[in-house]
Structures are given as structure tokens and as C-alpha cells.
Design a protein around this ligand. Sequence first.
Ligand code: ATP
Ligand code: MG
Length: 578
Amino acid sequence: MRASKMYLYTLREVPAEAEIASHILLLRAGFIRKQVAGVYAYLPLGARTLRKIENIVREEMDAIGAQEIKPSILEPAELWEESGRWTAYGPELWRIKNRDGREFCLGPTHEEVFTDIVRQNVTSYRQLPVQLYQIQNKYRDEARPRFGLIRSREFVMKDNYSFDRDVEGLNESYQLNYDAYCNVFDRCGLTYRPVEADTGAIGGTGSHEFCALCEVGEETILYCDSCDMAATDEKADFRDAVFPAEDEKPLEKVFTPGTKTIEDVCNFLGLPQDKSIKALLYQVQVTNDDPIRYVAAFIRGDRQVNEIKLVNALDTPEFALTMADEAAMSAATGCVGGFTGPIGLHDCTIVVDSELVNAKNMCAGACEEDHHYINVNYGRDYKADIIKDIKLLQEGDPCPVCGKPVKSARSIEVGQVFKLFDKYSKALGLTYKDENQQDQLVQMGCYGIGCSRTMQAVVEQHHDDNGIIWPMSIAPYHVIIDLVGIHDETQVALAEDLYARLQKAGVEVILDDRDERPGVKFKDADLIGIPIRIVVGKKAADGIVEYKLRRGGDVLELSADEALAKAVELVNAERYGK
Ligand code: ATP
Ligand code: MG
């Protein structure tokens, strides 16, 4: 491609809307442009890189026997009613109506549709297993789209669905996909880690997320260097502390004026924070027509609540849980601002962290202004509606598997695999007849990769102050030839010759033949991140060019033939990724 003919518009200024390097660079380098909040257009360079990522994904899916289909983005509400997700998916579901008032959504994910497609044809064990996938735009009306392609309202996802006769088959399909995901992210040049994950709105049990490690990631993962424990903070188990044996002392109400925080009350009473109980007040409401359900969650004063564990304990969709309107909750349940404890609460669901059950002689709010109880003991003084581990595992806490202190890292989730078992086949009636003519439920798995998010995650991991540094496998072009003297016949002839020969060798090349100063061309080449740069300048008369890799290393002066051979060799070695 000749740069003079390309729809290439780089920006000198940092766009105001972008906060992180990868977003700034994709905008500045002319890969994407914002259309509306959370919705982006891919310009030619962006479209090429996105297509390369999609093709890597496609090759790896095809290699495990999955077959690509192209269903509609429009999904009828009835299918979502069948699975129960029309309500449960919440406000992220992009609902629309046609002229007759029939309801649809723009697909955020396609479990229902793929289950429906398979139930139309599959009736016998002989037709299983089967895997079907698509690479398609997805729509989620995210509350806070941010960071460009990382959290957008329209994004490109590959979603694969596996259909097996039994759990053993599902486990095999799951492993095939897991391994294919490792290949995909290796080939895209990402540094990532597969970790155990919560299943969220997709449902099912048993899941891994593939997390690209980087500081700006919204996701926290926890891992252990002493064993192979690795999980998202949403998922990570927490080992309950073991407390020294203690006799239960008599319950006592104490005056604790103005001590609204755990720190205040513990300082006031001279207690360590692990001797206190912290209250967190929530409300749950799935639709506006539902009554509000109040929830008081209790954990040890020095811990944090893991809201995903809480959501799971309450068996409610994530979006339905919000912090309580304290005045309204106080009137309904007897809770009192910073003085709420489990004793004296009524008309609300009391969730108690498992650790508190064996914690003796604790301090807790008395549900009375300026008062706490001391020597509070579970069983004798209060009871729970739900006892579950609702603690957030954090850096330095003991590993739930081996007990050594865990480490944490920030990451971007680029893919997730789920075992769905019979969740959707049961809801939608997807069965097959086994060898004995008995009806059996199909066991399903689903597997998603955010292709557009992956594109930006790669930039987040591969850039410097001057711009993007694409891995060869997904670079929009492999080589850029910077022609310095566009009016110098010798230089033009050499550059054109190299351009033609590289293309003939199957290399994707930009010839920067624009009427621009060399400095501008070099800056643009660095910004858009093409892996190999060949500069044709004054030494063209001697057949000499400059050869330089975007990822670093020396600038080499080579004969045009040597530069060509070197470029072709490197491109062929790296174009398919690791
Ligand atoms: P998140 O927790 O980040 O909201 P998710 O767990 O809801 O994501 P999945 O349903 O697992 O997402 O979707 C599969 C993949 O699609 C994710 O791993 C991610 O790469 C991508 N993805 C999900 N939501 C978005 C989004 N809003 N913008 C871009 N990519 C997304
Ligand atoms: Mg996910």
C-alpha cells in the first residue's frame, strides 16, 4: 500500500477522552475513531489488525473441530424468556422493539440462540459432540464504557459453544478450548495468565479467565508462588482464620460515642480490629415491580466484602445488589448508621461470613446510636439466614490452597471459558436419545474471546513513548519503506523495486511515498508500530538502505538485497506468531 493513497490520519495531540496509553495510541495512530460513547469505527489499519486477530482465533477454533456459523445479532425476547435471562440479565441487555412491538435484544452473548439452533437438528447421540462458533459484534449497554476497546458497548467477540453427550465429553471440549486459547494469546504476543473465575451472568460452574497482565487492568488476580493457585479476586476462596479457644463472656452493651467506623470503635475500646464485626448494608431489587429486599452482611472488621460472593450467596443477579438507602433501611429493619450489628435487626436477610461463626467475644454495633455490644458470640447472641465465605482475598492473605501469602496483579480479561453443564439444555429442552433410546440432556460449554479488547490489550503490553510496537503476527503491515527523497529518481527506483519484491515475497508493505519531511515519516512509522522499517535515502546511489526493527536494536546499513532477504526471513519466522 502506498501511504500517499492510504486513509491514514495520525494525530499529534493526545485525544482528551483517552486515559490509558493503548487507547491514546490507537486513536493517535489512526487505528480507531470514536463514533459515540463506547462505540468505535475501525479505520484501515485497525480493521487489518482486528482481522488478523480474528483469523488467528478462527484458525485455532477450526483446528479443534469447531465450525463457524453466522447467526443474527438480533435475538428474540422469547428465547431469553425461556432461559429466564430476559429479566435476570438486567440493564446491560440492549432491548429493542420492532414496528409491531415485538421485543428483541442485540446479542450480548448467544447461549440461547446456539442452543436453539442445535435443538432444531440434533436428536441422537450419533450427532454429538459438536462445536459451533461465530465471530461477531456484541452489544452490552455498559454503565461506564471506558478505555476505548477495553470496555465498549459494541465489541467483537468470538463465541464458541460445545455440545456433548456427557460431562466427560464436556470436560474434553473444555480442555480443547482452554488449550486453543493458550495458542491464540501466545500467537497474539500477549503475556497472560489463565485463572479460575466466577461465572457471572453466563451461569454454570467451572470457569477460567485468560488475563492479560497489565497495570491499568480493571481486574485483580491473586496467585501463589508456592503452589498453582491462581484466581480472580471475585472467585478466590478465603481460608477462615482459626481462632484460639476462648470461653464465651457475658454480652455487654457499652457506650461508644461518635465511633462510626471500625477504626474509631476499636481505638476507643482498645480492641484489635480482628475482634470486631463490620456491617455492610445492601438492598436487592431485580425489577422496579419487585419489593426491596434488605441485606445486612457481616464480616470481621479487618476484612473486605467480596460482592460477587455475596451476590452468589443471595442467588441474585449482580446488577440487582446495590448499597442500601440507609434512611429507608433503618426505618424498615432497625439498623443505625455506623452502629449496626446483628443483634436487634429485623426484616432483613442476615448474611454472616463463615469465619465469624467461630469467632468469640466480638464487638459489634448495638443498633442504637453511640452504642456497641462487646462479647458477641454467634449462636448465643445472633443467627444468620445465610452463612458463607463472603471475604475478598487480598495481597498478603494466606493462600486458600497452601497457606503461604498470596500475591496480586492487575490484568485485563481477554477471554473466558465456562462449563455450562445442562443449564441451557434444561431450560430450552435440548435433549438427545442415547444408545438405549433414553432422553438425555446435552452438556454444554461456552467459550468467549474479546477480539477487539485483545487488540488493545496487546497495545497496552507492547508500546513505548513513540508509539505502538506490534508483534509481527497481528501488525497491520509487516514492513514500512520510508522513501526520503520522493523527487530523487535513484531513491524512487530503489524504493519501488524493494516494494515490488517484498510484495512478491508475500510480505505486507507500506511504501511511505508521501511528500512529507523524513522526520514526519519516521515519527508516523514509529507511532503506527510497523515491525520492520527500511529507509531509502541518500545512500541509495550505492544501493545501501537502513534497516531497523521497531522493537529495538541497531540501525543496520545493508545492501537492498540483504535488507530484503532479512525482512522476508523475519516476517516468515514470525508472521504466524509463536
Ligand atoms: P467483564 O467482566 O470485563 O465485563 P465479562 O466477563 O462480562 O467481561 P464475557 O461474558 O466473559 O465478559 O465475554 C467474553 C469476552 O468478551 C471477555 O473475556 C472480554 O474479552 C470480552 N468483553 C466482554 N465485555 C466487553 C466489553 N464491554 N468491551 C469489550 N470486550 C468485552
Ligand atoms: Mg468474562
